[in-house]
Design a protein around this ligand. Structure first.
Ligand SMILES: CC(C)(COP(=O)(O)OP(=O)(O)OC[C@H]1O[C@@H](n2cnc3c(N)ncnc32)[C@H](O)[C@@H]1OP(=O)(O)O)[C@@H](O)C(=O)NCCC(=O)NCCS
Length: 385
């Protein structure tokens, strides 16, 4: 297998975009290509993710992005895996470069939904769950993750103040991130007094609806080594796993089996353990999801991650930094851009460009990106080069 490096990465500010999805995707793509020291003509394939393009009346956005980049003849394909779409696209790019089929590929994720009311956006998102058994019967993502949270609380005694510690930390981290949707820290009192959304989850347990775009350029360094200007991130593991989609069919609601499997595969591929990882970007669409990730990936035994968050262990300067970017909770969650944006954070951290949220001299990083309530999951592990 060939080595695969992330040689360039870029994202826009998450929140409300004035650009259309296709415009934003083309802009961040060009930025990522330039950061890799390449030109658009070097790109051999574009892997796109854009789950809800139909909300802009636009499917098949790949050729439009490539045309804006001046490379209309380059092939493209859209990869869909709900909230893990762009990490699934990264996996496809990885497989092609590692297998020697491509030397340079672009991965770009984009979503624009801010023109929709919360109700419509909620029903669009619910399509990522099992429509026949969940969404059609009224289950929404806040409701489904609330079910996971209440199961975790019942089994492990997880407390609202512990989930609140995750929210406070991620808003604090996002306050140092110019790409973040929310850049204002919150206090635990603000969290505890925030409006109930789906018991036991409150407003500040939830990620917002964000617009955004993020792009990553992966290369075979044997071909492009001399041209790469900054520090790269070598992809040491690119693992995906699946599980039963509907919650009612799962034997246990206090873990996401796809995350466990993808994590185990990734650590085995990379030949490292959770102790070797200097920071992680995990899929905290709701605060409980960050707690589940910390446990599913083996950073903490079951029931121990939430108390650890309250003790500050997952802070930027803690023993196990998690979501130093602000995570989905506060950096924002434009579904199809999220997985690629996690990699942008790795790229910025490895290049020492993360400002107030910089982790001290990171060598290894992990990204965990969940599709819906865990029907799919990707885990990538990166080494600084
Ligand atoms: C939590 C949620 C219901 C709030 O929606 P809403 O009640 O319609 O809120 P609004 O958009 O009217 O915003 C009201 C205020 O709350 C803020 N806000 C909205 N969502 C927020 C969030 N998740 N966290 C913090 N603040 C939030 C807004 O910025 C706004 O602040 P302002 O009054 O200072 O401008 C919505 O953000 C949500 O459903 N999030 C989950 C999205 C989701 O399921 N994603 C998929 C995950 S798998």
């Amino acid at each position: 297998m060939e080595e695969v490096w992330v040689a360039g990465a870029a994202m826009n500010k998450f929140g409300k975009m004035s650009d259309t999805g296709r415009e934003a995707a083309a802009k961040v793509s060009l930025e990522a290509i330039r950061a890799a020291g390449l030109e658009p003509k070097d790109i051999e394939y574009t892997f796109v993710s854009n789950c809800f393009g139909v909300a802009e009346r636009q499917a098949h956005v790949g050729p439009l992005i490539n045309t804006s980049l001046g490379i209309p003849d380059v092939p493209s394909a859209t990869i869909e895996s709900a909230c893990s779409s762009s990490s699934a696209a990264l996996h496809e790019a990885y497989v092609h470069v590692a297998g020697g089929f491509l030397n340079a590929a672009l991965v770009v994720g984009v979503e624009k939904l801010s023109h929709m009311e919360t109700l419509s956006a909620t029903s669009y998102f619910a399509m990522g769950a099992d429509y026949a058994f969940e969404a059609r019967n009224g289950a929404t993502f806040p409701g489904l993750y609330a079910t996971l949270a209440s199961a975790h609380m019942q089994k492990y005694g997880t407390k609202p103040e512990e989930l609140g510690a995750v929210a406070v930390k991620n808003h604090q981290n996002a306050s140092g991130n110019p790409h973040a949707h929310f850049q204002k820290p919150i206090t635990i009192e603000t969290y505890l007094n925030s409006a109930p959304i789906a018991w036991p989850l409150k407003l500040y347990d939830c990620c917002p609806f964000s617009d955004g775009a993020a792009a990553v350029v992966v290369v075979n360094p044997a071909k492009y080594r001399r041209d790469i200007p900054g520090t790269s991130a070598v992809i040491r593991a690119s693992a995906r796993a699946g599980s039963i989609a509907a919650l009612q069919d799962r034997p246990d609601l206090t873990a996401l089996p796809a995350a466990r499997t993808a994590g185990e595969k990734a650590f085995k591929q990379a030949k490292v353990t959770p102790k070797d990882i200097d920071f992680s970007e995990v899929h905290d669409c709701f605060t409980i999801a960050e707690v589940l990730a910390m446990e599913d990936l083996g950073f903490y035994p079951k029931g121990k991650a939430a108390p650890a968050a309250r003790e500050g262990q997952s802070a930027v300067d803690g023993s196990t930094p998690i979501n130093v970017s602000g995570g989905l909770k506060a950096k924002g969650h434009p579904v199809s851009a999220t997985g690629a944006a996690q990699v942008v954070e790795v790229f910025e951290q490895f290049n020492g460009h993360a400002g107030k949220r910089q982790v001290k001299d990171p060598q290894w990083a992990l990204c965990h990106n969940v599709g819906a309530t865990g029907g799919s999951c990707s885990v990538h592990i990166f080494e600084k080069k």
